[in-house]
Design a protein around this ligand. Structure first.
Ligand SMILES: *[C@@H]1O[C@H](CO)[C@@H](O)[C@H](O)[C@H]1NC(C)=O
Ligand SMILES: *[C@@H]1O[C@H](CO)[C@@H](O)[C@H](O)[C@H]1NC(C)=O
Ligand SMILES: *[C@@H]1O[C@H](CO)[C@@H](O)[C@H](O)[C@H]1NC(C)=O
Ligand SMILES: *[C@@H]1O[C@H](CO)[C@@H](O)[C@H](O)[C@H]1NC(C)=O
Length: 181
């Protein structure tokens, strides 16, 4: 790891209490809509997520420019107005994962996703439980089968010498009482 004294703090994922209706079927548009090529960062976020999902037999997420734009606005707001603190995403209609990292440089998307997936070691899929005094909700959002789309953005906060990453998931995961996959 290239970061000597990097401190990574993973935000608590907010469970979604609202019972989700059946998710809308993926739109089957007859006109093939060729998406613009993804940025290297977007591809790295997507690859990290989709590798973790494939490892437990869950299908891949698709990149969403709409979600990415949403996280981009939010992460810049947290940088400019909120001292680089975690955003309050508890009322969001999307699932939200966040990572705060020390240091004046943005951490790579791979480092971010690896930090989230690290919670996997505390997660027991047999009974959908998490080790006491640990959290697993960030990991379970990453591998949540019903989440289909992903968008992420990062901001570097010069004054705080830190960076913040936010990803949104649609539909949101972590519905209370449901297993991620
Ligand atoms: C996302 O933001 C870009 C740049 O501001 C804009 O060109 C694009 O139309 C937006 N896309 C969506 C789906 O909101
Ligand atoms: C986040 O927002 C919700 C609803 O707006 C509020 O109830 C909650 O206290 C807020 N959490 C924090 C940490 O500010
Ligand atoms: C996971 O949960 C099951 C069912 O409660 C239990 O039998 C098993 O020992 C747990 N696995 C670990 C690694 O704790
Ligand atoms: C969890 O943390 C609390 C408070 O720090 C401590 O009292 C408790 O023993 C811990 N439980 C386990 C299972 O580690």
């Amino acid at each position: 790891m290239a970061y000597a004294f990097l401190v990574l703090i993973v935000a608590l994922a907010v469970p979604h209490v609202s019972a989700q209706g059946t998710p809308a079927p993926p739109s089957t548009s007859p006109t093939p809509n060729l998406p613009a090529p993804l940025s290297a960062a977007a591809q790295e976020f997507l690859d990290g997520h989709n590798q973790a999902r494939a490892a437990v037999g869950v299908g891949p997420l698709k990149w969403s420019e709409r979600l990415a734009n949403g996280t981009s606005r939010l992460v810049r707001y947290q940088r400019d107005k909120m001292g680089c603190k975690f955003a309050n995403v508890s009322n969001s209609k999307y699932g939200g994962n966040q990572l705060w990292a020390s240091g004046g440089q943005a951490v790579t998307p791979r480092t971010v996703v690896d930090a989230w997936v690290k919670e996997k070691e505390y997660y027991n899929h047999t009974d959908n439980s998490c080790l006491p005094n640990h959290t697993c909700g960030v990991y379970t959002q990453v591998v949540w089968r019903k989440s289909l789309e992903l968008g992420c953005a990062q901001a570097t906060c010069v004054k705080e010498s830190a960076s913040l990453t936010i990803c949104f998931y649609d539909p949101p995961g972590n519905t209370v009482g449901e297993s991620p996959y």
